[in-house]
Ligand binder design. Sequence first.
Ligand code: ZN
Length: 398
Amino acid sequence: MSCLNIRTRDPGSFARTGTLALAHGEVRTPAFVPLATKATVKGLLPGEVAALGYDMVLGNTFHLFLDPGHDLIARFGGLHAFMGWDGPIVTDSGGFQVFSMGHGTVADEVKGRAPSGPERRGKILAIEEDGVRFRSYLDGSEQWLGPERSMEIQAALGSDLALVFDECTPFNVTRDYTARSTERTHRWLRRCLDWHAAHGPPGQLVLGIVQGGVHRDLREDSAETVAGAGCDGIAIGGSLGEDKAQMHEVVGWTTTVLDRVAPEHPRHLLGIGEIDDLVRGVELGIDTFDCAMPTRLGRHGMALVPDPAGRWRVDLTQARWRESEEPLMDGCPCPACAVGLTRGYLRYLARARELTAMRLVTLHNLAFVERVMRRLREAVGEGTLAAVAAGLRAGEAP
Ligand SMILES: [Zn+2]
């Protein structure tokens, strides 16, 4: 039986609503999943994230493995107890971060990009059939991550959803490299599932990952392979192309196959979460999304607003807001907008690098994204998705 209970389907697209039943509770889908990379949604308390309407957060295997270590987190009772979040948690496998250290020169990808975080300082030493040897960005020590190791770490973290270890193939490699890499990812999928069947903690479910780059036949073959492997759900990863049109096409190829061969399986789109991508992703049948965008922008004084021409964001640090008494956004229930804090005040705080600015804009951005997802869920339920999606694309407030 699938962990996804599908409630309604949109007749005009692949979109559906439902609930994901996980060990630590339910996730209303389609849903955005905020990043809690290092066991915290940066700057926020767990209760604040839940109060915004979020059911699940995403922890990062690569970072938590290097510091403070999964053994230590297990001693604290697992990631839920460690970070004080009692709802569902999904953990990525570490594959993306490890391979980012080697593929870090990719410039023009929709998602890949050069790693902007500290991963940049790490280094891949060898990619072997068993996994990847690399140098830690923290202390230069030699480390190892492979399929079994990644599942072992995620078991110790005790997440509700674990992701299999994969190679996140970049955009700028040959078709031949992508094909061989995808085949290895499929072998790693089998090994992850075998390890989990023997040692996985009770209640933890496993998501396989579809790769295949931007090649239609490789994507379709990968979707069929992952769907047939016995995972609890399916994630879509890797390079999705050089622009949004190509990304939407690649995701569409994949979900078309999944809708045929695994219609009941939950589908997660890895690392994608700009507003227009959420709208298109829901239409393409994606159930959950994660992305650094809303929280990362929030820490840099960039606020989400219903402005498609401005990529749904406004830079509050710009001089034009210096004397602005305009609220950040009318009708937003977030703590900044609810009391009518002005753009002029937020600009001053953001430029002064005050913690309050980072917190307020992060809260606002996550409130904005959650309202977009809520609007899309309601639209699918009411049979009005086409109109609501068109409105959001045109800049209607969520
Ligand atoms: Zn707000």
